[in-house]
Design a protein around this ligand. Structure first.
Ligand code: KG4
Ligand code: ZN
Length: 344
C-alpha cells in the first residue's frame, strides 16, 4: 500500500521512437525532463529503427543521470520507475524496458508499464513547481495527434480512456512529414511547414476532404492528393515549389487542421462533451492551436492546450501516468516485455 505521508518520486523513461528521455516527478510536480533527440535520422528523411535503438543505448545512461542530477534526487530516493511499454518501435522500446527492469530490480522498487498514447493525454496534468495550471475536467475529449497516431480519446478519468475514433491508415504527423519531404524539406517536416506557413496565404490552394465513416480518419489518400498536386504544379512551372512555398504550406496545413476538426466537432456533439484538449507532437502546430481557440468560442468549449515542451515525446508524461498508477498500486512484473502495438 502507498504510504500517504511519503513523497512519491517517479523516474519516467521514454524510448518509443527517436527521443531518449528521462524525467523525475515528485508528488506529480516535474523536477526534471531531459530529452536527447536523435538528429542522425535527418539525413535519411525519416526514423531508421536500427539506428534509433543504437542511439537509445548510447543515450539512456547519461540522460537518466542528468535527470537525477537536475532534479537533485538520488536514485535511492526513487519510489518507482515508469517506462514506455508501447506502442512504438520494438527495438527502441526494448532499450528503455530492459534498462528500467534492471534499475528497478537493483533498487528493489516497483516497475510500472506505461502506454505512450495515454501518456500524451496525461501531459495535460503535468504540474510545474509554483506554477498554477488548470487541468481538463472529466470527462473530456482529447485529439491526440502524433507521428504515429491520430486518435479521438474520450477521457473519463486519469487512467480510464476510450478511443472513439482513429486513423484507419497513416497518422496526421506522417502526412505533415511526408508532404514536407515532397517539398524537399528536412525531417521532421511538421514544424518546418508550420514555420513556413506563417508568411503564406492559407486560402490560396484548395484540397478535398476524404470521406470516412463515423469518427475515424484517413490520411493516406491525402498524402497522394498532395503529391499529385505538387507534380502537376511542377509540370506547369518548374519553379512552382520555390515560388509558392509559403502559400502551399499555409493552404496544406489549413486543410489538415480542417480534416482533424471536422471529426473533433462531430465527436463533441455526439458525446455531449464541452471540454476539449489536444495532445501529441502535432499539437504544437500553431494553426491547430489557433483553430482550437477559435472553435471553442463558437462551440462554447473549454479548451486545453498542452505546454510546448510536453507536446512532442518526453518522459515527464510517462512519469505522470506512472504516478497515477503508483497511487492505485498498479505495478508490473519484472518479466514484462515491450509491445509495438498497444491498446489502452
Ligand atoms: O508525439 P511525437 O513527438 O512522436 C510520436 O509519438 O510520433 O510527434 C512527432 C510528430 C512529427 O510528425 C512532427 O512532424 C510533428 O509531430 N510535429 C508537428 C509540429 N511539431 C511536431 N507537426 C506540425 N506542426 C508542428 N509545429
Ligand atoms: Zn509520441
Amino acid at each position: 500500500m502507498v504510504n500517504p505521508n511519503k513523497d512519491i518520486i517517479i523516474l519516467g523513461i521514454e524510448s518509443s521512437c527517436d527521443d531518449t528521455s528521462a524525467s523525475i516527478i515528485k508528488n506529480g510536480e516535474v523536477l526534471s525532463n531531459i530529452i536527447a533527440s536523435q538528429i542522425i535520422h535527418e539525413q535519411y528523411g525519416g526514423v531508421v529503427p536500427e539506428l534509433a535503438s543504437r542511439a537509445h543505448q548510447k543515450n539512456i545512461l547519461p540522460v537518466v543521470a542528468e535527470a537525477l542530477k537536475a532534479a537533485g534526487i538520488s536514485k535511492n530516493e526513487l519510489s518507482a520507475i515508469g517506462f514506455t511499454r508501447g506502442p512504438g518501435l520494438l527495438g527502441s522500446l526494448l532499450v528503455g524496458t530492459s534498462f528500467s527492469k534492471s534499475l528497478a530490480m537493483s533498487l528493489r522498487i516497483p516497475l510500472i508499464e506505461v502506454n505512450h498514447m495515454m501518456a500524451h493525454v496525461l501531459a495535460h496534468f503535468i504540474k510545474k513547481p509554483s506554477i498554477d495550471k488548470v487541468a481538463p475536467d472529466f470527462p473530456f475529449i482529447c485529439l491526440t495527434v502524433s507521428g504515429g497516431h491520430t486518435q479521438l480519446v474520450l477521457v473519463k478519468d486519469h487512467l480510464k480512456m476510450e478511443v472513439i475514433g482513429e486513423t484507419l491508415d497513416d497518422a496526421v504527423g506522417e502526412a505533415f512529414d511526408k508532404s514536407a519531404k515532397v517539398l524537399g524539406l528536412q525531417y521532421p517536416g511538421g514544424p518546418i511547414i508550420d514555420q513556413l506557413a506563417v508568411a503564406g496565404n492559407p486560402d490560396r490552394f484548395e484540397f478535398s476532404e476524404p470521406s470516412v465513416k463515423g469518427l475515424n480518419y484517413s490520411f493516406s489518400g491525402l498524402k497522394t492528393q498532395f503529391l499529385y498536386f505538387i507534380q502537376k504544379g511542377c509540370q506547369e512551372n518548374s519553379n512552382f515549389i520555390s515560388e509558392n512555398l509559403a502559400d502551399i504550406c499555409a493552404s496544406w496545413q489549413k486543410h489538415l487542421v480542417t480534416v482533424l476538426f471536422s471529426k473533433l466537432t462531430k465527436a463533441a456533439k455526439q458525446y455531449h462533451i464541452s471540454s476539449i484538449a489536444i495532445a501529441g507532437g502535432v499539437s504544437a502546430n500553431s494553426a491547430l492551436r489557433l483553430r482550437l481557440k477559435e472553435t471553442s468560442i463558437t462551440e462554447k468549449w473549454n479548451y486545453f492546450l498542452p505546454d510546448f515542451e510536453y507536446c512532442t515525446d518526453n518522459a515527464a508524461m510517462i512519469a505522470m501516468v506512472a504516478h497515477y498508477k503508483f497511487v492505485g498500486n498498479d505495478f508490473s512484473d519484472l518479466d514484462i516485455v515491450p509491445t509495438a502495438r498497444m491498446k489502452f
